[in-house]
Design a protein around this ligand. Structure first.
Ligand SMILES: Nc1nc2c(ncn2[C@@H]2O[C@H](COP(=O)(O)OP(=O)(O)OP(=O)(O)O)[C@@H](O)[C@H]2O)c(=O)[nH]1
Length: 467
């Protein structure tokens, strides 16, 4: 079903592309020149008209009146018009189409309704002919040029709307895909099967090494049953998982780099070097086993929306939660903040103490975080060793205080690694407060930049995006 939808959406896009192409190819040069001259001198006025139409709508007024939005969107609206009506270069068509799709995605994210965009476009269209005539163009030529401009604007809006629709459908489809796969598969059986497939390949690899027939006999790991499962089934089932990307990279590394090295050593090398190469492959297989287990663990908990390791919220629930907070903030005027947190030098922990110790450290960190925030706040495992707090009804100064409290709590609680050993962990934090901008992605980006500054400032500190 999802595939059919994708296929249909692609066919519709190709159709729009070819229609756009023929408008560009068939428009006479005098029409092109007229539209180009008009849009270059009147883009600001047309953008004003577009916004005036949108601002008629009370809901749109709430987010369009944000100063930053007004400033940025007004400028990008002018660029959009100049590109649409002033650029008659077929070689840049792909770029132009991609831009329309991107605009559609942004609209979906900040939930600008499609009918509002169409209303703005209609206002622009109705202003075009008067502007062309006002510039002194021959009336017949002006009428033809206005018609061409209408076609281009319609095509652009259609492309945006198509993208808007698929962006909204995508989240639902992802859920459906996960659920329907889960329902039809016995996941613990599947996990066992893949474990065995990996062991099977390992045995064949060792056998091929012992009989020195690596070249002829051994199927590449990417081609064996485990590799096929990863590339086809796991990619569909676990498409949002970071482990999957790592697994694919490891498979490539084994096939492209490590096996050729083993072959070379078998032919010409010393036994000691060969042993070393084999050990390297075995260590990569161990890593694959770890990542594959993590993949399945995630799946089991995904249904509940929890991250498997830490039991915190999974980041795919971030979008609906932040959207709702943006709405609440608009209605109540109460600000909320996000705190993005990253463990310092976490790679060293894994390298020196092993992945299991790293996992334990992340679990303990999750507990400290839960204890440091209020029960109304949201806590996400944002990435591997990154966490995100959505602090509701929290202004910039309060959010910075919470971040500092978290930083001190983490530092104060060493992780027990063995009977004797303890490890003090530190974290860096970036804090950003919602400033009324409707796109929550901007808020996360600001927190991310603040976190980057905290790392650059030497780690184990908090930086606020508000300066
Ligand atoms: N044990 C464990 N390790 C993970 C997990 N997720 C990600 N990692 C590891 O976390 C490490 C993150 O390393 P980097 O991004 O280089 O950052 P860092 O070492 O923390 O350094 P800074 O962030 O610059 O202080 C990588 O080695 C990942 O493999 C997990 O769930 N468990």
């Amino acid at each position: 079903m999802a595939k059919d939808l994708d296929g249909r959406a692609q066919a519709a896009q190709l159709q729009l592309q070819s229609q756009w192409q023929s408008v560009l190819a068939q428009t006479p040069l005098d029409e092109q020149a007229l539209l180009k001259a008009m849009v270059q001198s009147q883009a600001a006025l047309l953008a004003d008209q577009f916004y005036a139409a949108m601002l008629d709508d009370e809901e749109a007024r709430a987010f369009l009146s944000h100063q930053d939005v007004e400033h940025r969107l007004h400028a990008s609206m002018q660029r959009w018009l100049i590109e649409l009506l002033g650029l008659w270069d077929l070689s840049r068509l792909d770029e132009c189409l991609a831009r329309q799709r991107h605009i559609g995605l942004v609209h979906a994210r900040i939930r600008v309704r499609v009918d509002l965009v169409m209303r703005g476009a209609r206002r622009i269209k109705s202003g075009l002919l008067p502007l062309l005539l006002q510039a002194g163009a021959d009336p017949a030529l002006a009428a033809r040029a206005a018609l061409t401009a209408h076609q281009l604007i319609d095509l652009a809006v259609e492309l945006m709307s198509a993208q808007y629709g698929s962006a909204n459908d995508a989240a639902v489809r992802t859920d459906e895909a996960y659920r329907s796969h889960a329902a039809t598969m016995n996941m613990s059986l599947e996990r066992e099967r893949q474990r065995n497939a990996l062991i099977d390949w390992e045995n064949r690899f060792l056998q091929a090494m012992m009989t020195a027939r690596l070249d002829a006999e051994l199927v590449r790991i990417g081609q064996c049953s485990y590799g096929l499962w990863v590339r086809h089934k796991a990619s569909a089932l676990f498409s949002q998982s970071s482990e999957l990307g790592n697994i694919l990279q490891l498979l490539d590394r084994v096939d492209q780099v490590m096996l050729p090295l083993c072959v070379a050593e078998l032919r010409h090398g010393a036994l000691e070097t060969l042993r070393h190469r084999v050990a390297e492959v075995l260590s990569e297989l161990e890593q694959l086993r770890y990542l594959t287990d993590a993949l399945f663990d995630q799946f089991v908990h995904l249904e509940g929306g929890r991250d498997a390791l830490t039991q915190l919220l999974n980041r795919r629930f971030l979008a609906p939660i932040l959207s709702r907070e943006v709405d609440l903030c608009r209605n109540t005027g109460k600000q909320f903040s996000v705190i993005l947190l990253d463990v310092d030098h976490f790679k060293r922990v894994n390298d020196q103490h092993g992945h299991e110790a790293g996992d334990r450290l992340l679990q303990q960190l999750a507990n400290v975080l839960v204890d440091s925030i209020r029960s109304g706040d949201f806590l996400f495992r944002y990435g591997g060793e990154e966490f995100l707090v959505v602090g509701v009804e929290l202004n910039a100064a309060q959010a910075l205080q919470v971040a500092e409290k978290i930083r001190l709590a983490v530092q104060a609680e060493p992780v027990a690694l063995g009977q004797q050993q303890q490890l003090t962990m530190t974290v860096s934090l970036g804090v950003a407060t919602h400033d009324g901008h409707p796109d929550y992605q901007r808020l996360i980006e600001r927190a991310d930049q603040a976190l980057y500054r905290a790392k650059a400032a030497g780690r184990n500190c908090c930086v606020s995006a508000e300066g």
